[in-house]
Design a protein around this ligand. Structure first.
Ligand code: CTP
Ligand code: MG
Length: 218
């Protein structure tokens, strides 16, 4: 397997969480939130980690820190320019502290047949499409729908090409895989579970605290 470098995006402010510090640095089960992802990356054998940081915070020991950007993808781009050699890149949200080491490996393994592989959970809710008047226009085929998460693994050349766009397009990207899709690259889903949720609200933080507390107690 080619060498892989990791990008951990932690530069967001965490507006929806509403804590007094940037979200990735909020204490979660006794440690800063991003420390859980750093552990999982290392357990997966990803020792080279570049962290995109908000101002005023520093990178965990052993990681390279860079100042993040205005948007999530701008943070990915900034971190990638600071990453050393490695043909493959794995991007992960610091806001997903419950990630398992095996999910990083599964995403990287799936790169053998694609430009990008994204951790994704099958949908459990029925999904309907509605107009601005709330009138339902379609019920989507759930068996073909996936809720997209991170980690997202990339062939580095495909990611660098995808990120080489203007700031307006970069800001429109809710994930980097979309930028690869629009550039014509192949993206695959890798099955994950709902446990790898993104900590967004105070409710999410409570759930993560319970699950990681349980994990820490063994
Ligand atoms: N992120 C980043 N740089 C940004 C925006 C977000 O590195 N300019 C990171 C966040 O730190 C987080 C991940 O991208 O780990 C997912 O973003 P999100 O959950 O939206 O976090 P925030 O942007 O911090 O939260 P909010 O949108 O509620 O402000
Ligand atoms: Mg955000």
């Amino acid at each position: 397997m080619p060498k892989a470098v990791a990008v951990l995006v932690a530069a967001g402010s965490g507006e929806r969480l509403g804590a007094s510090r940037p979200k990735a640095f909020v204490t979660l089960a006794g440690r800063p939130m991003l420390a859980w992802s750093v552990d999982a990356l290392r357990l997966a054998g990803l020792g080279e980690i570049v962290v995109a940081l908000p101002s005023g915070e520093s990178a965990p020991s052993g990681c390279v820190g860079v100042m993040g950007g205005e948007t999530r993808s701008a943070s990915v781009r900034a971190a990638l320019t600071a990453a050393g050699d490695g043909e493959w890149v794995v991007v992960h949200d610091a806001a997903r502290p419950l990630v398992s080491p095996s999910l990083f490996s599964a995403a990287l393994d799936a790169l053998s047949g694609a430009d990008c592989a994204v951790a994704s959970a099958p949908m459990t809710d029925t999904v309907k499409e509605a107009g601005p008047d709330h009138r339902v226009v379609a019920t989507l085929d759930r068996s073909r729908l996936w809720a997209i998460q991170t980690p997202q693994a990339f062939r580095r050349d495909a990611l660098e090409r995808a990120l080489d766009v203007d700031d307006v397009l970069l800001a429109a990207a809710t994930d980097d895989a979309w930028l690869v899709e629009r550039a014509g690259g192949t993206v695959r889903v890798v099955e994950s579970t709902a446990e790898n949720f993104k900590v967004t609200t105070p409710h999410d933080l409570r759930v993560a605290e319970l699950l990681l507390g349980e994990r820490a107690r063994g």
